[in-house]
Design a protein around this ligand. Structure first.
Ligand SMILES: Nc1nc2c(ncn2[C@@H]2O[C@H](COP(=O)(O)OP(=O)(O)OP(=O)(O)O)[C@@H](O)[C@H]2O)c(=O)[nH]1
Ligand SMILES: [Mg+2]
Length: 207
């Protein structure tokens, strides 16, 4: 079962480290990235049981959310860093990527697909993350807003092209793709659980 606490960065920083990670087997940092308005915060909130709102409130800098996660006999502390996607915040993003265990990249299926912008995001991330064959980095790609059926601008083939582009150009990232809706919840649990559980399994395999 997923249950959660949500903190503003300020409140989060007021917690001591031991309060956050006490008695957990694993402490994990996940980042959520992608352009502004694609639905990152909405997906995170949906996953954390916080519902869905139509209103757009852009993330300022980064929001952090703490999620205790039980997987098999292991309890983990997952901190999701929900990074602001608007260009005005790009200067600060490098500060947020470091030390991430895994990531979720979101694009909006109601906007024209821009593969170069996706490459830009991945190149930005890879300045701070160095995956290798021994240290895989799990990244779920989310094609979001699929509930808006009359507004779709990215077809099935283009979604497949995104997946192929990642496999061809970023072979050291371990990727999978989900079609999601933060409104209906379709694909949301599967995507977040895939990232979290694969990361835990990899860490366990090294022990
Ligand atoms: N219909 C529909 N609307 C969505 C979905 N996901 C997000 N939205 C809407 O899209 C807008 C932007 O969502 P946010 O979650 O704030 O986007 P964001 O990616 O966090 O944006 P930044 O914080 O600026 O980076 C809001 O009005 C949401 O209600 C979805 O799956 N379906
Ligand atoms: Mg946001």
């Amino acid at each position: 079962m997923v249950y959660c606490l949500y903190f503003s960065p300020k409140a989060f920083l007021q917690l001591s480290h031991s309060e956050i990670v006490a008695r957990d087997d694993y402490q994990l940092k996940f980042i959520l990235l992608g352009d502004g308005r694609v639905g990152k915060t909405s997906l995170r909130k949906k996953y954390m049981g916080m519902g869905f709102t139509q209103e757009y409130l852009k993330t300022i800098g980064v929001d952090m959310a703490y999620l205790p996660y039980q997987y098999e006999e292991f309890s983990s502390s997952v901190v999701i860093w929900d990074i602001a996607g608007q260009d005005e915040f790009r200067f600060a993003r490098q500060l947020y990527y470091g030390g991430a265990n895994a990531a979720i990249f979101v694009f909006d299926t109601t906007s024209v697909l821009d593969l170069d912008k996706i490459r830009w995001w991945m190149d930005d991330l890879l300045k701070k993350i160095t995956p290798s064959e021994l240290e895989p980095f799990y990244l779920a790609i989310l094609a979001n807003k699929i509930d808006l059926k009359d507004e779709q601008k990215v077809g099935e083939q283009e979604i497949k092209n995104v997946k192929s582009m990642f496999e061809d150009e970023y072979p050291l990232l371990t990727t999978t793709l989900y079609k999601t809706s933060a409104l209906t919840g379709e694909g949301v649990d599967d995507a977040f659980n895939w990232v979290i559980e694969n990361t835990i399994e990899f860490i366990q395999s090294k022990e």
